[in-house]
Structures are given as structure tokens and as C-alpha cells.
Design a protein around this ligand. Structure first.
Ligand SMILES: [Zn+2]
Ligand SMILES: [Zn+2]
Length: 369
């Protein structure tokens, strides 16, 4: 496997030297690796990466748990940094701007869904890492656990004034992932009652957005010890322990919608009973096993089980602007690169409140510097 991607990555012989944190095999162990970024093209923005959030997808990918990883892999799609150079056709950014890059770095940019602002649904989507980029010689993309990245300006967002780069970085995946289904399923209205299943990297941001929109929010978690945190610090209106049959029954038929953020293989059917008639549960976590749902649980009460995949670039900027306006940021534990393998072990045990963010700027150095 490795020779293919290594050979492709070497095509950037004329680009910029950078350093990434790469896994070379399914052990998932991350270590510094010299990489090369493409030269800044006419539409490109070159970014010095200062922070990158650690998403559960990164962990799945470095361990090849989705069986699609090309090694070496440099993960990371919650990128925050500063513009260092722009191509001559770039109009939206200039050197020194604070910017972010999320889960995708390219798409066909010409189809109907791209034109409608849903690059995330384009058949030609190029993900930020582990994805072949036809516009870049078919090379495999390398993500944000690295010192620099070069991205087409369409896939770069601006950090609003007052939005910190470290606490804002996780919004580029976790934030848009929970914001988008609230918007497109009509839950982001005052008075709507939403349930958030799982209080982790995605879930805690979902609670914050729900509060910002004036929604009533119930956290549903398998961990009773998160009750106080959810109610007192994050300001949820109610807390339900999913393993407690009495609490689940008492919360029955109470929710307009549920954002299910769990990426472990937890049965989804019991949550459908929490929905009001015509209620919807939207899956945003990615367990590796198939979901099991008795048709009865959907048909009674006209329930909908849906999925939602990040969001388009316009929505991502809108989400970031709204987050800044309402003071929504992620709760983060900032770590240095030396800690990243330990962080992955802790993430596997859900031992983080709520997002690790790697301080790339201060702890990952270009060997040439
Ligand atoms: Zn992610
Ligand atoms: Zn397209």
C-alpha cells in the first residue's frame, strides 16, 4: 500500500517543504514525517497551521478501521492558522488573515450541488486527508497535523474577530456537523426541543448551538456521571441516562428531533421512542457496524431516521460567524505533538472533555527551520 501513496506524494518536488504527523501502518502510531505541499496556485491560499483539532474520524482513519486508509496518512481536518501567501486570482484572503480548513479541500466546483453550495455532497469531493485529489495529480491528500497546507480559496473559511483559533478549530468539523442538521431539519428555532445523544466532541457543541438558538435541549448519555456537567456547566435543560429504563420511559415522545453523535456501536432503536410524532433522529456519528432498526419503530408515529454529512462551505462560514456572535466555542484540551499518541489512546476511551487540539504552531517544527 505505502509505495503508491509515497510515490504520489513525491510528485510535489517543486513545492514547499513541511512536516506532518503521519501513521505508517494500522498501528496508528503518529510520528513526524517530511512532506511537500504543492506550490501556491492562482486560486490557492497557503496557510501556516497553528492548531488542529483531533476528531474521532482521525482515530478511525489512522487505524484503518474503515478499511480505506492509504499509508502514510497525515490526519486532521479541524485546521486553524494564518495565511502566508495567496495566488494571483485569490480575492477573499490576504497574508495575515486568520483562517480555517475543515473536512474537504476540493470538489468538482461545476456540478449542480456545488453550485447550490453543497460541495459536501459533490461526487467529486476531495477530503482533507486520505483522499485522491484529481486537481493535484491524483495525489493523496495529507491533513492538518502538519505545519502548512495549500488549499483552493473556496475551501478556506475566515475566522471571525474574537473567535479563538484553538477553541474555534473543532467547529470546522464538530461544529458544522451538528449545526447543519439543526438548520436543514428545522430544529434551530426557539422552543423546539432537541435531544443530543452522546456528550463528546460533537455533542457538547450541539448543546451549545441548541442553547444559542433558544432551543430546549435534553442530553442523552450512557454515563450518569456526566449529568452535573451537562446540566450545570453546559446548561442543558434535562439529562437522561440511556441505560436507565425509567428515565428513558419518562422522556418518551418529548423531542422534536435528536442529533445522534455516538460513534460507538450503540443500538439506535430505543431513541426513536423519545421522539414526538413526526420526529426525526439525525445520525452524525459514524459507528463501524450497520444500524438495526425495527420498521415498527419508524412507522408508529411517522418517525424519520436520517443522516447528515458535515456541510457546504457557505454553511460552514455561516456556522462560524453565528458561533462567534453567540460565543459558541469548543471545550478543548490543548496538547503538544509529543502527547498526540497518548491523546489517541485517551480518545479511544472517550477520556477527553471534549476535544484535543494540537498546538502545531509551537510544538511541530519544520526540520528546515
Ligand atoms: Zn471530523
Ligand atoms: Zn461538484
Amino acid at each position: 500500500m505505502a509505495p503508491t501513496s509515497a510515490a504520489k506524494q513525491q510528485q510535489h518536488t517543486t513545492g514547499k517543504k513541511a512536516v506532518g504527523l503521519a501513521a505508517l501502518d494500522a498501528s496508528g502510531h503518529l510520528a513526524p514525517l517530511a512532506i511537500t505541499r504543492r506550490s501556491t496556485g492562482d486560486d490557492d491560499v497557503a496557510i501556516k497551521i497553528l492548531y488542529c483539532g483531533v476528531c474521532h474520524s482521525d482515530l478511525h482513519s489512522i487505524k484503518n478501521e474503515w478499511h480505506n486508509t492509504t499509508y502514510p496518512i497525515v490526519p486532521g481536518h479541524e485546521i486553524a492558522g494564518v495565511v502566508t501567501e495567496v495566488g494571483k486570482k485569490v480575492t477573499k484572503f490576504k497574508p495575515g488573515d486568520r483562517v480555517g480548513v475543515g473536512c474537504m479541500v476540493n470538489s468538482c466546483q461545476s456540478c449542480d450541488v456545488c453550485a447550490a453550495g453543497f460541495e459536501n455532497h459533490c461526487r467529486g469531493i476531495v477530503f482533507t486527508y486520505n483522499s485522491a485529489d484529481p486537481a493535484d495529480g491524483g495525489s493523496i491528500t495529507l491533513g492538518g497535523y502538519s505545519t502548512a497546507v495549500v488549499v483552493h480559496e473556496r475551501f478556506v473559511v475566515r475566522f471571525p474577530d474574537g473567535m479563538p483559533l484553538d477553541r474555534g478549530a473543532p467547529l470546522l468539523c464538530a461544529g458544522i456537523t451538528v449545526y447543519s442538521p439543526m438548520k436543514y431539519h428545522g430544529l434551530n428555532a426557539p422552543g423546539k426541543h432537541v435531544g443530543v445523544v452522546g456528550l463528546g466532541g460533537l455533542g457538547h457543541v450541539a448543546v451549545k448551538f441548541a442553547r444559542a438558538f433558544g432551543m430546549k435541549v435534553t442530553v442523552i448519555s450512557s454515563s450518569p456521571e456526566k449529568r452535573q456537567e451537562a446540566l450545570e456547566r453546559l446548561g442543558a435543560d434535562a439529562f437522561v441516562v440511556s441505560k436507565n429504563a425509567d428515565e428513558m420511559k419518562a422522556a418518551g415522545s418529548s423531542l422534536d428531533g435528536i442529533i445522534n453523535t455516538v460513534s460507538a456501536n450503540v443500538p439506535v432503536a430505543p431513541f426513536m421512542a423519545l421522539l414526538k410524532p413526526n420526529g426525526k433522529m439525525i445520525m452524525v456519528g459514524l459507528p463501524d457496524k450497520a444500524l438495526e432498526i425495527p420498521p415498527f419503530d419508524l412507522i408508529m408515529g411517522n418517525k424519520t431516521l436520517a443522516g447528515s454529512c458535515i456541510g457546504g462551505m457557505r454553511d460552514t462560514q455561516e456556522m462560524l460567524d453565528l458561533a462567534a456572535e453567540h460565543g459558541v466555542t469548543a471545550d478543548v484540551e490543548v496538547i503538544g505533538v509529543d502527547y498526540v499518541n497518548t491523546a489517541m489512546e485517551r480518545l479511544a476511551k472517550a477520556d477527553v472533555r471534549y476535544r484535543f487540539v494540537i498546538d502545531i504552531g509551537n510544538t511541530l517544527k519544520n526540520s528546515s527551520e
